[in-house]
Design a protein around this ligand. Structure first.
Ligand code: NAD
Ligand code: GLY
Length: 356
């Protein structure tokens, strides 16, 4: 009998399952079915490895396992850190059959996936996400990469994992602030795509904050279903997938302008979503509902002080810019979003804190 929930990310020959459950570590789910060769490299960091790496090893029984522990934090999501993974692969004589396994949050998942995409022009990788944010979002969809001092995630590749294994028990060690940051991406999925989910979140936010296991499992499942469905429609973000970036143009600018790691990614996205909602043509009651839900999740709602010129230069680095024209994900209504280059410029300037 299956004790987990399975969602398929439907991408033809690159399709893969997302496995969601508890008690999956310690051998509760056999990852070796997704590993063709004999060698694995588990990539984690100095915070997560002592808590969880031992529990992952029984899921890899019979495989030859190397491990590497990176420094912790968004400020280490860099080419230099990725180089350490590549060095480890070279030093251990890894070949094309090697599978690289990311054990950690979105930072570890993104860097590890990118190293796997680059090593020998691409080796297999597996995601074992351990933060709420990475369980509902970052581990799914194959976006991998690192930051450049001039912008978030500017260097990267699309590289899909072979499987995503989400053990909700790992969240028991996650600090509350990190947990709340993950709720930002949960709210994002509801507001861009699914009004019924938005209403469910309004009614159940306290249960999520209390880490009620049924509520958590439900939110992770619905978020993964939404993400899997959008990614299946538009894997390489020709258009539709960009809705998953709701709030991220402003959020990435906040992260870059305040210094990576100062605000958590999810906190920056929370305020970014409110800024994008203000730029949208929705009524004030809906805007107030979104703000109330974000505040109820314990996330920030006030725009940090950033110089106007810094905003503009950070927003100009956004990957959605086409032919030098800014594009935003805006709301048509709660639960319904689109990508557009049509927006009110003077309203944007007002939102950025100047009317000039
Ligand atoms: P993170 O990876 O930095 O993890 C947050 C903190 O929690 C870190 O200090 C980490 O060491 C610690 N941690 C992780 N799991 C833990 C556990 N179970 N117990 C105790 N501590 C634990 O941050 P994040 O919020 O998971 O991810 C943010 C990153 O994800 C950003 O770089 C963002 O750009 C990226 N992201 C990528 C995608 C994508 O589609 N690839 C989507 C959203 C976000
Ligand atoms: N987090 C945005 C995306 O996966 O497309």
């Amino acid at each position: 009998m299956k004790l987990y929930h399975e969602i398929i990310v439907d991408l033809g020959e690159r399709s893969y399952p997302i496995i969601i459950g508890n008690k999956l570590l310690d051998g509760g789910f056999d990852l070796t079915d997704f590993i063709s060769g004999s060698d694995c490299l588990v990539v984690s960091n100095v915070t997560i490895a002592p808590l969880h790496i031992e529990h992952l090893l029984p899921n890899l029984m019979g495989k030859k396992i190397e491990t590497i522990e990176l420094l912790d934090g968004e400020s280490h999501k860099s080419v230099a850190t990725m180089q350490k993974i590549l060095d480890k692969l070279v030093a251990s004589g890894a070949n094309r059959d090697t599978t690289v396994i990311a054990l950690g949050g979105g930072v570890i998942g993104d860097i590890t996936g990118f190293a796997a995409a680059c090593y020998m022009r691409g080796v297999s990788f597996i995601q074992v996400p351990t933060t709420l944010l990475s369980q509902v979002d970052a581990s799914v969809g194959g976006k991998t990469g690192v930051n450049h001092p001039e912008g978030k995630n500017l260097i990267g590749a699309f590289h899909q994992p072979k499987v995503v294994m989400i053990d909700t028990d790992t969240l028991s060690t996650l600090p509350d602030r990190e947990f709340r940051a993950g709720l930002a991406e949960v709210i994002k999925h509801a507001v861009i795509y699914d009004m019924a989910y938005f209403v469910w979140l309004e009614e159940n936010m306290q249960l999520l904050l209390d880490k009620d296991s049924a509520a958590l499992a439900y939110a992770i499942r619905i978020s993964c279903e939404i993400k899997a469905s959008v990614v299946a429609e538009d894997e390489r973000e020709a258009d539709r997938r960009a809705i998953l970036n709701f709030g991220h143009t402003f959020g990435h600018a906040i992260e870059r302008c305040l210094g990576y790691g100062e605000w958590l990614h999810g906190e920056a996205v929370a305020v970014g979503m409110l800024m994008a909602a203000r730029l949208s043509d929705i009524d004030s009651a809906d805007l107030a509902r979104l703000q109330k839900l974000i505040a109820a999740a314990g996330l920030p709602v006030d725009v940090p002080k950033i110089e106007f010129e810094d905003w503009l230069s950070a927003i100009g680095m956004d990957k959605k810019v086409q032919q030098k024209r800014l594009r935003f994900v805006l709301l048509k209504a709660l639960g319904n979003s689109h990508v557009t280059s049509s927006f009110d410029e003077s309203l944007l300037y007002g939102i950025l804190g100047t009317d000039s």
